[in-house]
Design a protein around this ligand. Structure first.
Ligand code: SF4
Ligand code: SF4
Length: 473
């Protein structure tokens, strides 16, 4: 090649196709093993290679990842009292919301902004957001004595049919059938965990915060205004992720950006209610606990659905953080799934994007997890990244539309392009490229999502359908 031609070629911008990306990062030399690279070999830019991430990046392990380095001492956590959560804490109500609940205070901000027709907070957004909560509100504020409640602890349409025997499948087969049913009802990735009492609240988030009691004296679950009894024979938790419409994330924080959250919560309640009925019809006990009775992130980790992220949320290999979590407790014989690991804890050490782009600076910027709690709603004792849920909630109220910035900017939540699949695959095998990957995420514009979309009302004008869910769970 002539000198001129060589110079022209050197000056030509490098298009970011798969081959150039691999050259840039040095991965073409096979530095992380052939499977990590060839696993995405069929994919072109912008396409999701079927099952690429899940097939080669995830290791099944015996110890839940919250008990592996850099985390420590999960066993020192006491059962959490939901009355201390920022959503319920009396001191936070008095300090910041004039005695009102956070939800009332946030709704007030929303109404004021709707009256001013602010983009992202219009009357349309307010009405859709309120409507989207309907199923969850019905479940959350229900009367436990009402057998027609969506998430009742007692059978809704009746238990096993008198002419049918109890279903008897093997625990392994039942695990498959349960997942099939969950996907039929609209769940994304689904797993089964062995129930650990330590993850259950001492006092639930149901109205009046009745205590959760594990009982050897009860054969069936019982929920009253005084207490919620879970028979000790109910030793499995089905954990389901409900994917949200990822397109809405780019409008966070705003009421439009919060629509995925509100509708996601309603779908959680519907999903758990239907799954509990399905299991009862097979002759077993089931409680659609949704997220009212226990910490759902550690149970999702136990059920093999992901790892703990710096922002305290679950990171799933397929969906990143773009989902809600719902649970059903049961005594149906079910094989438990194994926890997984795919490099999130190490990636979080370098990444810090959620912390950097958190508008209230509520997420730790520390290089390593620590025992340092960040607010009175944290449960102390474990070495991890603590999140200041008080300043987070205060921001939600002042912004009037909740916030999902930390979910939106997480590199694992990004659309299923081959670039991000390679990042996930490689970071599951080595930490060597993590710093470069974080930079690359910024260069590709994903780090600026929030600033780039300053007119959320464009969502109302757009004609596109919601992002379709991944084909493979
Ligand atoms: S939800 Fe928003 S305010 Fe709260 S931690 Fe995440 S980014 Fe920060
Ligand atoms: S944004 Fe980065 S640091 Fe935060 S949870 Fe996601 S990977 Fe971890």
């Amino acid at each position: 090649m002539s000198e001129k031609g060589k110079k022209e070629q050197d000056e030509k911008p490098l298009s970011l196709n798969r081959r150039n990306f691999l050259k840039l990062t040095g991965l073409a030399a096979g530095s992380v093993g052939a499977t990590a690279v060839t696993g995405v070999g069929r994919a072109e830019a912008g396409e999701r290679p079927d099952g690429a991430v899940c097939d080669f990046a995830v290791s099944h392990i015996d110890t839940p990842s919250y008990d592996l380095k850099p985390f420590k001492d999960s066993g020192k956590l006491a059962r959490f009292d939901y009355r201390k959560a920022s959503f319920e804490h009396e001191a936070l109500k008095k300090k910041s919301f004039g005695g009102a609940t956070w939800y009332e205070a946030m709704a007030d901000t929303q109404v004021k902004m709707a009256n001013k027709n602010v983009s992202g907070y219009t009357h349309l957004d307010w009405a859709l957001d309120q409507a989207a909560w309907t199923s969850y509100n019905v479940a959350y504020y229900d009367d436990p004595s009402n057998p027609a409640s969506l998430t009742t602890w007692t059978p809704f349409m009746g238990p096993l049919h008198p002419d049918l025997k109890k279903w008897e499948g093997s625990p392994k087969a039942n695990n498959q059938y349960i997942k099939k049913a969950a996907h039929f009802f609209g769940a994304g990735p689904t797993g089964v965990a062995t129930l650990k009492e330590e993850w259950f609240y001492t006092h639930s988030s149901y109205a009046g915060n009745p205590p959760i009691v594990f009982s050897d004296k009860h054969d069936t679950p019982m929920r009253t205004n005084e207490a919620c009894y879970i028979p000790r024979s109910m030793n499995r938790v089905i954990v389901m992720l409900t994917p949200t419409d990822g397109m809405l994330l780019k409008y966070t924080p705003s009421a439009t950006g919060g629509l995925g959250t509100s509708h996601g919560y309603s779908r959680m309640a519907e999903l758990a209610g239907k799954m509990a009925e399905f299991i009862r019809m097979l002759g077993y006990n089931a409680i659609p606990t949704v997220d009212c009775a226990s910490l759902i992130v550690p149970q999702a980790i136990d059920a093999g659905l992901g790892e703990l992220g710096r922002n305290g949320l679950l990171v799933n290999p397929e969906l990143g953080q773009d989902f809600r979590i719902t649970t059903v407790v049961t005594d149906m014989p079910l094989e438990a799934d194994k926890p997984i690991k795919f490099g999130v804890a190490e990636f979080c050490k370098t990444c810090k994007k959620c912390a950097t782009l958190c508008p209230s600076k509520s997420i730790s910027m520390d290089d390593e997890p620590s025992y340092k709690v960040a607010c009175p709603s944290n449960n102390p004792g474990m070495k991890k990244y603590y999140v200041n849920t008080w300043s987070c909630l205060e921001f939600w109220v002042s912004s009037g539309g909740g916030c999902s910035n930390c979910i939106a900017v997480c590199p694992y939540s990004k659309p299923g392009t081959w670039i991000h699949d390679i990042v996930k695959a490689v970071s599951s095998k080595t930490t060597a490229f993590n710093r470069a990957f974080v930079k690359m995420d910024d260069v590709l514009g994903y780090g600026q999502t929030l600033e780039k979309h300053s007119d959320p009302f464009e969502w109302w004008r757009s004609e596109g359908r919601p992002k379709t869910w991944p084909k493979k769970f």
